[in-house]
Design a protein around this ligand. Structure first.
Ligand code: SF4
Ligand code: SF4
Ligand code: SF4
Length: 308
C-alpha cells in the first residue's frame, strides 16, 4: 500500500517544491510508493474544506509530513502543530524549514520595525496602516520548524537537492535511517589549498570572476585563498551528492546554503577563524552576523537596535 504524504509550505520562496517536482526519472519509481494527500503547490486540498465549510483548519492524516519554510506567523505555527499531530514522521525540508533560511534575516529587526519598514518607511510606497484584518499575525521572529514541533529529519539546502530528497524518501520507505554528512563543503572541494591568501590581499567583491574559470578544478586555487568570501569551511557538505559541491563546480564561492556543520555550530566564529588563518581580515565584511548566518538565522540572529 502506498505511503501517504502530506506537505505544507510556510515562509518560503517555493524553490523546495520545485526540487520535489525536479526529481526527474526517479520520481517514476517513487510515485507508486507514495500517495500525496496534501500539497498546495500541485493539488487542490483546502484546509477549511473544499467549500470552506469547516470552522477550523485541518490537515489529512498521513504517515509522512513534509514542511518547507520557517514559521513566521500564527497560521504557520498552527499548521505545524496540526501536521505534527497527524503524521508519524516529519521532515523539515530546505534551509528555511531547518534553520529559518533567508526569511530569518528579518530576525535582525523587531516585528514592529519590519511592519514600519514595509508599510511606512519604504521610499517607493505611499505610507499606509499595517493591514491586520483577516491576516495571521506575525510571530516575534522566524522560527525553524524544530523550534516549534519535533522534527524527525532536517534536510538542509537552499534548496535541498533532488538526489538528497530521493535518498531520504527511499531510506524512509525501506525503514533504514538516513544521515546527513558530517563533513564540510571544503572536504569535497577539489581546489588547491596553500593555507594562505596572496600577500597583501583583501577580500574581493563577489561579482569578480574567480581565476581559472573553465580549467580543471584540481588545478585552480581555492577561491577563498584568491580573496573571495567562500563559506565552505563552515557549511555542511551534501549539495554535490558525494561529488564536487554545486557552486564550486560552477566556479562560484559557497554561500553557505546547506547551513552550519551542526545545530550548535557558530558559523560566524568558524568563518572568522577560517579567514584569519589564511591572512584575510573578516572585519572587511560590513555585516558579518547576517553574512555568516544568511541561511541559519532562526536561533542566531537577534534585533540589535531599532532601525527604519
Ligand atoms: S530553502 Fe531556499 S529554495 Fe527552499 S524555500 Fe527556502 S528560500 Fe526557497
Ligand atoms: S574555501 Fe571554498 S574554494 Fe576553498 S576549499 Fe573551501 S570550498 Fe573550496
Ligand atoms: S556550494 Fe555552498 S551555497 Fe552552493 S549549493 Fe553547496 S552549500 Fe549551497
Amino acid at each position: 500500500m502506498a505511503v501517504k504524504v502530506a506537505q505544507e509550505w510556510f515562509a518560503i520562496c517555493g524553490g523546495c517544491e520545485v526540487t520535489i517536482l525536479d526529481v526527474g526519472e526517479p520520481l517514476l519509481d517513487l510515485l507508486p510508493e507514495l500517495e500525496f494527500v496534501h500539497m498546495p503547490v500541485i493539488m487542490d486540498n483546502k484546509i477549511f474544506g473544499q467549500t470552506g465549510e469547516k470552522s477550523k483548519a485541518e490537515l489529512p492524516e498521513a504517515e509522512v509530513g513534509i514542511i518547507t519554510g520557517g514559521i513566521r506567523n500564527e497560521e504557520n505555527r498552527f499548521l505545524a502543530e496540526e501536521m505534527r499531530s497527524k503524521v508519524n514522521f516529519l521532515i523539515a525540508m530546505g534551509s528555511c524549514a531547518a534553520y529559518g533560511g533567508i526569511p530569518a534575516l528579518a530576525n535582525q529587526f523587531s516585528t514592529e520595525d519590519v511592519y514600519k519598514r514595509v508599510y511606512q518607511g519604504n521610499s517607493t510606497t505611499d505610507p499606509g496602516p499595517t493591514p491586520n484584518e483577516g491576516l495571521p499575525a506575525l510571530l516575534d521572529r522566524v522560527y525553524a520548524v524544530d523550534e516549534v514541533v519535533k522534527v524527525d529529519l532536517n534536510l538542509p539546502g537552499c534548496p535541498t537537492t533532488p538526489d538528497m530528497f530521493v535518498a531520504a524518501v527511499m531510506h524512509l520507505l525501506k525503514g533504514t535511517p538516513f544521515a546527513l554528512e558530517n563533513k564540510s563543503v571544503c572536504d569535497h572541494c577539489p581546489t588547491i589549498r596553500e593555507k594562505k591568501a596572496g600577500a597583501g590581499m583583501s577580500l574581493k567583491r563577489p561579482l569578480e570572476p574567480v581565476e581559472g574559470v573553465g580549467e580543471e578544478l584540481s588545478k585552480v586555487r581555492c577561491f577563498m585563498e584568491q580573496g573571495f568570501l567562500c563559506q565552505g569551511p563552515a557549511t555542511r557538505a551534501g549539495c554535490g551528492d558525494g561529488g564536487t559541491p554545486r557552486c564550486i563546480d560552477a566556479y562560484m564561492p559557497c554561500r553557505g546554503c546547506f547551513g552550519p556543520l551542526s545545530h550548535t555550530a557558530n558559523p560566524m566564529v568558524d568563518m572568522m577563524g577560517a579567514l584569519s588563518t589564511i591572512g584575510l581580515n573578516p572585519r572587511d565584511i560590513p555585516d558579518r552576523a547576517a553574512q555568516f548566518n544568511r541561511f541559519a538565522g532562526s536561533g542566531r540572529l537577534r534585533p540589535k537596535r531599532s532601525r527604519r
